[in-house]
Design a protein around this ligand. Structure first.
Ligand code: FES
Length: 310
C-alpha cells in the first residue's frame, strides 16, 4: 500500500516536462554560424529559427505554454466528504519555473553585456565608410592603343601616399563606339603581393600629371608584355590576368572604368575567376571584390567567409 504525503496528498508539482525547444535553439545557432561563412540569407534563417524556438522555450519554462497542452484526465471520483476548499482554476507559475526563467534571463543579460560590445567592434567597422570615389587618371591620350602602361594613383588624396595603388592599363581600341580598356590590379590573387609585368619597362618615359580631383597620377609605358608574375611565391598570369602557374586560386582583380570629358575615370575594383578571349572582346567572369587566396567559383567557395561590402 502506497503512502500519501500528508500536505500534498496525491498531487505532484506541475514541473515542465522534457522539451525539444532547446534543440531547436541549438540548430538555429548552428545555422547562423554556418551562414556567417556561406551566405547572409542562411544567417537570417538561423537567426529566425533561434528566436522562434527561444521564445517557445521561455514560454514553456514560464508555465504559460504558447500551444495548448492536451487536457489532463479528470481525477477519479472519490467517495466521502467534498474538499473543504478548492483553488481557483487558471494558469499558475511554479517556483521552479520562475527560478529557471530568472536564471536564464540573468544569464542572457550578462552574456549580452559581455559579448555584444566586442562583436559590434569586430563586425561593424568593415561595413562603414566603404564608398569609394572615382579616380581621374587623366586624358585618354596618355594610353596608346595596344600598349601596357603602369599607372600609379591615390585612391583618396586626403589620405596621402598610404592610399597609393598601382594598376596595369591597356587601351584596346574602340568597342561599339566607346573606348575599351583592360585595367588589371597589381594585387596577387594568392596572398596579395604586388605582381610585376613581364616586359620592357621604360622608366625614362615616366610622366606625372595632376588631375582634376587633385590626384597625382604617374604613368610608365611597358613594351612587349607577355604576362604578369609575382615575386613572392611564383604565381604567374597571362596578359588577361588569367592564372597560368603557381599558387593563386583565380585571375587578377580588375577595375571598372568610365570616360568623362576625355579622361579615363577609374571605378570600383572587382574579382575575376577567369577571362575568356582577349582585349575588347574578352568575356570576363566577374565577382564582388574578394580577399586574396579565396576561391570565388566552384564548390571551394563555400569554405570562405562572406565579404563585407566594398
Ligand atoms: S602572393 Fe603571389 S604567388 Fe603568393
Amino acid at each position: 500500500m502506497s503512502r500519501v504525503d500528508p500536505e500534498q496528498g496525491e498531487h505532484k508539482p506541475d514541473l515542465p516536462g522534457p522539451s525539444v525547444w532547446p534543440i531547436g535553439v541549438a540548430v538555429g545557432v548552428a545555422c547562423l554560424l554556418v551562414g556567417l561563412v556561406i551566405s547572409w540569407w542562411i544567417v537570417a534563417i538561423g537567426g529566425g529559427i533561434s528566436i522562434v524556438f527561444g521564445f517557445l522555450w521561455l514560454s514553456d519554462l514560464s508555465g504559460h505554454p504558447v500551444g495548448a497542452r492536451p487536457a489532463a484526465a479528470p481525477p477519479p471520483a472519490t467517495t466521502g466528504p467534498p474538499p473543504a476548499q478548492r483553488r481557483p482554476e487558471g494558469p499558475t507559475t511554479t517556483r521552479s519555473g520562475f527560478l529557471s526563467v530568472a536564471t536564464l534571463g540573468l544569464g542572457g543579460v550578462i552574456g549580452a553585456l559581455v559579448s555584444i560590445p566586442p562583436i559590434f567592434l569586430a563586425i561593424v567597422p568593415p561595413f562603414l565608410k566603404q564608398s569609394k570615389k572615382p579616380v581621374d587618371l587623366g586624358p585618354l591620350a596618355q594610353f596608346p592603343a595596344g600598349q601596357w602602361v603602369v599607372t600609379t594613383f591615390m585612391l583618396d588624396p586626403s589620405e596621402g601616399a598610404v592610399s597609393r595603388r598601382t594598376a596595369y592599363i591597356r587601351y584596346n581600341g574602340p568597342l561599339k563606339g566607346q573606348p575599351s580598356f583592360t585595367i588589371i590590379s597589381n594585387r596577387c590573387a594568392h596572398l596579395g603581393c604586388p605582381v610585376q609585368p613581364l616586359g620592357l619597362v621604360q622608366p625614362d618615359k615616366t610622366k606625372t600629371i595632376s588631375t582634376t580631383g587633385g590626384e597625382v597620377v604617374t604613368t610608365i609605358p611597358v613594351l612587349a608584355v607577355s604576362g604578369f608574375s609575382c615575386p613572392c611565391h611564383g604565381g604567374a598570369y597571362d596578359t588577361e590576368g588569367n592564372r597560368t602557374a603557381g599558387p593563386p586560386v583565380r585571375g587578377l582583380d580588375r577595375y571598372e572604368f568610365s570616360i568623362k570629358n576625355g579622361h579615363l575615370i577609374l571605378g570600383r575594383n572587382y574579382s575575376v575567376s577567369k577571362v575568356d578571349g582577349a582585349g575588347a572582346g574578352a568575356r570576363i567572369h566577374k565577382y564582388d571584390l574578394t580577399g586574396p587566396g579565396q576561391h570565388i567559383d566552384g564548390w571551394e567557395q563555400i569554405f570562405y567567409p562572406i565579404q563585407p561590402p566594398h
